[in-house]
Design a protein around this ligand. Structure first.
Ligand code: NDP
Length: 311
């Protein structure tokens, strides 16, 4: 069994920034990296909107820098996955995939959110080579190109509108005969002449030599008018929702109807004393690295205050 003053769960911008702040405060936190070391950002290529890098920075390099910065100040990083938690009493307990038990006085949950994918093998094949789940992150690479966005909700409409400002043409691939998005977002998409909505259409696969060159689509699957065709595109954006990685904790931590951890007012404080949530696991709205990093800093500062007050 390992004891720690502060356990940080997650290794995205929120987790590492929490590590940097808590480390500098002399807390020597323990950080568990999780399934995807470096977090969601590592699924993209270059990051151009993180301040401080005027020429942009490779996403993996950015995350590696953050990791090193956290380690420099005494954050101990374990390449493990948390498989179980018990937050019923303090000290809080979590268990790792190797069976190790960790007891922590405070916890920062920075487990992020995961974009939903269709489950096609081609999504993996072309990941970072034309497939993306973040228009804000990757849209810039598709200036004057043709892209498709999958989904009919607010995120899909927002991403399609954003991409229409960059790309020459945006197809919105919607499986139903209508959009689920709010009225205002629907109107925005429908009134944008660069966006063409392909209703009742599903994606069967993607094709291309060194990256996405097109999508295999099916219209009105299983109906008399069923038609399969290929749509030439340069980029394929998923916008079919995200799910916050909060399941391990939701028995004790209050979450909203979508599973996002509810924090108090403008703080990272959850309903449990000494337990904080930072980054996308508590943010259904912004989902940006810089915002996750800031919330990680806030969470570490709250943890430090809590530890001082409860020493
Ligand atoms: P939603 O769950 O609202 O929409 C997901 C969309 O993806 C739906 O159109 C759904 O289709 C489609 N979809 C899901 N699975 C598949 C699949 N396997 N194949 C094809 N299509 C699929 O998710 P969002 O991320 O859009 O929004 C989440 C929440 O965040 C919502 O409450 C939304 O209002 C909110 N939000 C608000 C914004 C704003 O106010 N500016 C911006 C972004 C999000 P179907 O309709 O058929 O189920």
């Amino acid at each position: 069994m390992v004891q720690t003053k502060l356990l940080i769960i997650g290794s995205g911008p929120a987790g590492y920034t929490a590590g940097i702040y808590a480390g500098r405060a002399g807390i020597a936190p323990l950080l568990i990296e999780g399934i995807q070391p470096g977090g969601q950002l590592t699924t993209t290529t270059e990051v151009e909107n993180f301040p401080g890098f005027p020429e942009g920075i490779d996403a993996n390099e950015l995350m590696d820098n953050m990791r090193q910065q956290a380690e420099r100040f005494g954050t101990k990083i374990l390449s493990n996955i948390v498989t179980k938690a018990d937050l019923s009493v303090q000290p809080y307990k979590v268990w790792l995939d190797d069976g190790e038990e960790i007891q922590a006085q405070t916890i920062i949950i920075a487990t992020g959110a995961s974009a939903k994918y269709l489950g096609l093998s081609d999504e993996q094949k072309y990941m970072g080579q034309g497939v993306s789940a973040c228009a804000t992150c990757d849209g810039f690479f598709y200036r004057k190109k043709v892209v498709a966005v999958v989904g009919g909700g607010d995120t899909a409409c927002e991403e399609a509108s954003y991409l229409a400002g960059l790309a020459s043409k945006v197809y919105l691939i919607v499986r139903k005969p209508f959009l689920r998005a709010s009225q205002i977002m629907q109107e925005r998409v429908m009134n944008n002449e660069k966006i063409e909505i392909l209703f009742e259409t599903n994606t069967l696969g993607l094709y291309g030599e060194d990256g996405v060159e097109g999508a295999h689509l099916i219209y009105k699957k299983g109906e008399a008018e069923e038609r399969k065709y290929d749509l030439p595109i340069d980029g394929f954006f998923l916008a079919i929702g995200h799910h916050p990685n909060s399941e391990l904790f939701s028995q004790w931590i209050k979450v909203d109807e979508q599973g996002y951890i509810i924090t108090k007012d403008d703080t990272p404080c959850t309903n449990l004393p000494g337990v904080y949530a930072a980054g996308d696991v508590a943010d259904s709205n912004y989902r940006q690295a810089v915002i996750a990093a800031a919330s990680g800093a806030k969470a570490a500062m709250e943890a430090e205050k809590y530890l001082k007050e409860n020493e």
